[in-house]
Design a protein around this ligand. Structure first.
Ligand code: CTP
Ligand code: CA
Length: 226
């Protein structure tokens, strides 16, 4: 089968991937989250494994996907938990870090210890910013090859390049979420990949294809760049 043809471009490399949403508790029965399913991260885990890498996959929220064979999976809920798992994986030795997770940008300042009763007519949630997992790992390990993802609804290139620089990334893959036919729960995706200036590499447009296909193309780009 086609699998035999996959170039072993990541043999000997350790890869850590974050995937899925994070879940931020409001009280013991309610949470803040988003519609991410983890499909892109799981597809990348399979593609990295097929390219010969040793893969750790950190899955947030309630990702309901089969763990790929030969991939070490760590389940977490919140952004703080995901940062802790990512830091552990990075400290254990990691060459390539790929952040596909849709990390909640904010969490509740304090999750209520008991179920909140509907006694008030109006209520306000007090939110605080979550740590940036990708930026934290990137700034702690300047030599690690860092791959980010971005979902933008406008000015895709401007925001992508901003994130490349501020998070000190090597590569960022962007999708335009204003397109209704791709992304999130979809099995298909189309992306534009931007590279750090030092690689002097033109942006790469990946046409709409299955997430498995996109993942293989991204792994090929990583293998060629690293
Ligand atoms: N990311 C992360 N930790 C966060 C937020 C984002 O690791 N707390 C990672 C995502 O996994 C993705 C990249 O950073 O690889 C960009 O995420 P995105 O949400 O597009 O960017 P933000 O920096 O959160 O900025 P904004 O949402 O305001 O566009
Ligand atoms: Ca965000």
């Amino acid at each position: 089968k086609a699998k035999l043809m996959v170039p072993q471009s990541l043999v000997g490399k350790k890869v850590t991937i974050t995937a899925g949403p994070t879940v931020e508790a409001i009280d013991p029965v309610r949470f803040l989250s988003n519609h991410s399913t983890g499909k892109m991260g799981f597809a990348l885990a399979r593609a990295c494994r097929d390219a010969g890498a040793e893969v750790t996959l950190i899955a947030g929220g309630k990702v309901d996907l089969t763990t790929p064979l030969d991939v070490q999976r760590v389940n977490v809920l919140s952004a703080n938990d995901m940062l802790q798992a990512a830091s552990q994986s990075a400290a254990a030795g990691c060459d390539i870090f790929i952040a596909t997770a849709a990390v909640a940008d904010y969490r509740t300042r304090d999750a209520a210890p008991q179920k909140i009763k509907k006694t008030q007519d109006e209520m306000t949630l007090d939110l605080v910013k979550n740590p940036d997992i990708l930026a934290t790992i990137s700034h702690t390990y300047p030599d690690m090859f860092m791959v980010g993802f971005a979902a933008e609804t406008q000015d895709v290139e401007k925001y992508a390049r901003g994130k490349l620089a501020s998070k000190d990334l090597d590569m960022i893959a962007c999708n335009d979420v204003s397109r209704k036919d791709i992304g999130f729960a979809s099995d298909e995706n189309a992306m534009t990949v931007f590279f750090a200036d030092k690689y002097q590499q033109e942006p790469e447009a990946l046409d709409k294809a299955s997430k498995d296909d996109i993942a293989q193309q991204l792994v090929a780009l990583i293998g060629n760049t690293i």
